[in-house]
Design a protein around this ligand. Sequence first.
Ligand SMILES: C[S@@+](CC[C@H](N)C(=O)[O-])C[C@H]1O[C@@H](n2cnc3c(N)ncnc32)[C@H](O)[C@@H]1O
Length: 236
Amino acid sequence: MRFDVLTLFPELISTHMDFSIMKRASEEGIIEVVTHNPRDYTLDKHKKVDDTPYGGGAGMVLMPQPYVDCYEAVGVNKGGNNSEKCITIMMTPQGEPFTDQISNELAEYDRIIILCGHYEGFDERIREIIKPREISIGDFVLTGGELPALCIIDSVSRKIEGTLGKIESAHDDSFSDGLLEYPQYTKPREYRGLKVPDVLLNGNHKLIEEFRLEQKLIRTKAKRPDLYEKYMKDNK
Ligand SMILES: C[S@@+](CC[C@H](N)C(=O)[O-])C[C@H]1O[C@@H](n2cnc3c(N)ncnc32)[C@H](O)[C@@H]1O
């Protein structure tokens, strides 16, 4: 899986890739993250990539030329083979909310191109020309698209075989079956008077499975009634 990230701040992306699971997955060639800076493509002699909004208002808007030229230079099927499955995503608070289901869908692609905005966001013509899938990571506004892009890269990478070793398996993670994960415990058996439930210590896998499912249902109902209702409806 290859991610091409268009960003004015490439170090924000590369820093995350230098640690832990993401670093190992990159070193093993399971994922590849390549950054491209639209500033390198601007035709403006002062290297400008943004300007004031027409109609007035605060902040700076990202100009279409550097982004579109940068996109076309790295875009679909360039630098890859023609049969690769590729998608372009724009990070924007106006997009569809990112979910585990979208993450699963994205993990089916060979290549994902991600456009990160900054300042007041994109000139509308960038949307009109590139026609990306627009994704938001939630109903709040951040200063730039790099953190949202990393959320997508990280979450999608976890779905790709080999990224997680056996010990970090995503199999039982929250959302994988529509429920939140069961409570987890590790050593010691007792901490500040709080004990690990006996059922987890007896080695009876059937009982452990039953306990975990029960806990998943209890905590999903309490914390995310919306997910609980959907799960109960889908599993009638
Ligand atoms: C300050 S925001 C621009 C917000 C824009 N003026 C609006 O109100 O829709 C700058 C950039 O950060 C990114 N961004 C901010 N919040 C985001 C979110 N919740 N999800 C995805 N991207 C976000 C986008 O790439 C956006 O272009």
